[in-house]
Every structure is written in C-alpha cells, then in structure tokens.
Design a protein around this ligand. Sequence first.
Ligand SMILES: C[S@@+](CC[C@H](N)C(=O)[O-])C[C@H]1O[C@@H](n2cnc3c(N)ncnc32)[C@H](O)[C@@H]1O
Length: 405
Amino acid sequence: MIPLPVARQASGGATALRVGQIETAYGPVPKLFDEFWTAKQRQMHSLHYALSYRASFKPELPDFFIRQFSRPGEVIADPFGGRGTTVLQAALLGRRGISNDVNPLSERITYPKVHPVALEDLEARLARIPLDQPRDLSREEDMSMFYHPDTYREILNLRDYLQTHRDDVDRFLEMIAISRLHGHSPGFFSAYSFPQISIPKGNQVKINKTRGVEPDYREIKSRILKKARTTLKDGRLDEIITSGRHVRLTVGDSRDLRDWPDSSVNLVVTSPPFLNQVDYVLDTWIETWFCGIDTRSIETKVVQTPDLGEWMQFISDTLSELHRALVPGGKVAMEVGEIRYQGELLNLDETVVSLTTSKPYNLGQFKVLGVYVQSQEFTKLSNCFRVKNNVLGTNSNRIVLMEKI
Ligand SMILES: C[S@@+](CC[C@H](N)C(=O)[O-])C[C@H]1O[C@@H](n2cnc3c(N)ncnc32)[C@H](O)[C@@H]1O
C-alpha cells in the first residue's frame, strides 16, 4: 500500500489513526480514519463564515488537502464550488484558484470572498443607497410571510440598486445581504426561519402560525454592517485581494468544463451533489430571486438523482473532464458521504473507488491513493437536525484521493 501523509491530529491525539483497506483490481488502497481536522466550529478565516450554504464543507477540509498535496502558486480547483470554500482557502494559502458551479449563485457569493473590501468603503456606500424609496408592494412577489412591509421595501430597493451597480463594494454588499435574507435570529431580515435553506412560502406561513407571530420590522442597513464587521474581522485583505486576482470563476456543468484549459490544474478539492440529498435550486430560491437569477435554465443541469447508476455516470463524466484539466500526476480529493440507499447504508467513497476500476465507467484514468475518513463525535448540523452521526444523512466526511495516470 502507498503510505499517505497524515497531518498532526487536530484532536491533539484524543483519537488514534486507524488504517483499513479497500480491495481493488490493482491491489488494496488504504483507508485512514482519524480526526484529521478539528470538529470545532468557526476556527478558520472569518470570510469563510460570510454565509450558510447547504452541504458545504468545513474550510479545514480543503486546508488539509491543499497544504499536503500542493505548493504555493499552484492551481487548486473545484468543479462544484458552492459557496467558494476551496478557492478562498487556496487564496489564503497563496495558491491560484478555479471554481465552477452550475448555479450562477455560486459565482455571486464566491467572487466577493476573494475580492473583499474595507468596512469603511462598505459603510460609505450603504449610506448613499436610498433604501427608503416608496414601493407598490402589490406589484411585487408576495414575501409577506417572510418580511415586514418596511423591511421588504428596503430589500427591494437594495435589490434594484444592485442590478445596475456592480463594483467590488457593491458585490460584497450583495453577498452580505444574501446572508441576511432568512434565518432564526434578530440579525436576519426575515421572521424566524431557517438560515441554511430557503423554505417554501407555505412552510413559512406555518412557522409564523405555530409561533403566533407576524414578521416584525428589521432595518437592513445596520444588520448588513454588523455582519460585514464579523465577516471582515480576520483581516489579511491585501493578501486575499492579491491572490484573488488569480482566481477564475466559471458557471457551467461539471461534465463540460470548457473554460478550464487542458493540463492546467494541480489539485482538485471538491464535493459533488450526493444522491438525492439536497435540492440546490429549490433550497436557494430566495437567494436566486434576490440576485435576479432565472433558475429555469439550470434546473435540468443541477444533478439531483435518486438513481445510483445515474449518479455514478455523472461522477465518471465529471472525472473525465477533470482528467483533461489536470496536469500529469495531478490529484483529486473528492469528498462524499454515507447515505441511505434502498434501506441500506451506502458508503459513497467505496462507490467512487469502484468507479476507477469498473470498465463501463472510468477505464482507469485515475489511481486511487487512499480514502480519508474524518471521524468525529458529532457535527453541528447533525445535532440541529436531530440526525445521529454515522447513522443517517451525510455527516462523516469521506474523501477519496485520486491521482491522474
Ligand atoms: C455539495 S455542494 C458543494 C459545496 C461546496 N463544497 C462548499 O463548501 O460550498 C454541491 C454543488 O454542486 C452544484 N452542482 C449540482 N449539479 C452540478 C453540475 N451538474 N455541475 C456543476 N455543479 C453542480 C450545486 O449547485 C452545489 O453548489
């Protein structure tokens, strides 16, 4: 078996490295279990926590793989960019980044992270935007279950302003406003709701009814500024802006990364959509509405399949595209979870490993170097959805490390 690098354990030795193996046609590959990075929340740069995103990974995950398998100046890519965790961490570590996602929302929320602005500039800009202009709300989308009419008026005025003002300060402002659209504390614009998911209007009506509340007025400027302050608190802006100049963002299907040049990527750190776990279009409808993104064109491309064979074909086609874009010897660290499939627990890492040896799918374009299983007691998400870790859902990180051959 190939020895794999293992960083100092984040647990400080509280958990011990366990090594197993997966049998493949070209011999056994190691499967390592440990707490490779901390289970604690919010330990990395504050920009990572600018906003919630469904099924995003902790920044510690790309940090671990970027440090171990790349050098400064090299190109780190993510074909399923989501909220841009991989490219932000790449920028923070002095690497170049490429991020892609089929949903244009990803580009909207990733760009500001790698082009951050000073708080004073944001404050000055906000002061100039006329948020209190009158609006005829009867002509607008009905959002009365989420927002007080005065809050909604401010949101609509900001939304209109952002359609025609797009410099880096405006774009940062947009990202912070997106992060405040719905949530469970007074820091959000909405009545009590879910921060990670845009829930359907009917569900919000039910929440309001159960709680016996109507949306109260939430002035938006002060909330945006407060969130911007915490997002920017870890500084290093000049460094990030310099690295950010080398970040490329593309919008498209992971099976057709035509804007990614051949043999240009050193390391991919990514997490694909899992089997039927998350509806990335429905679950972000308030965000895409705010950004004016028409989601009809992406609905057919966002992969949300309950069919294992279809999912394997999708991953295989994506891997073929990544193979083209990688330099010889370039690597892919692909994070997948364990899921319930037809009543059984299915470890998708083993499914991905099987792809590299099964003829109909991969034809051996990649060699699996190993699988890392991040083992920890619980995650915040598993706790809040009352999901028992390692039993249901996708709560353990399983990362398949592959090399282009
Ligand atoms: C598990 S999430 C990635 C989260 C990301 N690692 C982060 O930390 O934010 C998967 C992403 O894949 C995107 N996606 C779904 N189908 C896609 C496709 N066919 N091509 C590219 N991206 C796709 C979704 O929009 C979603 O953002």
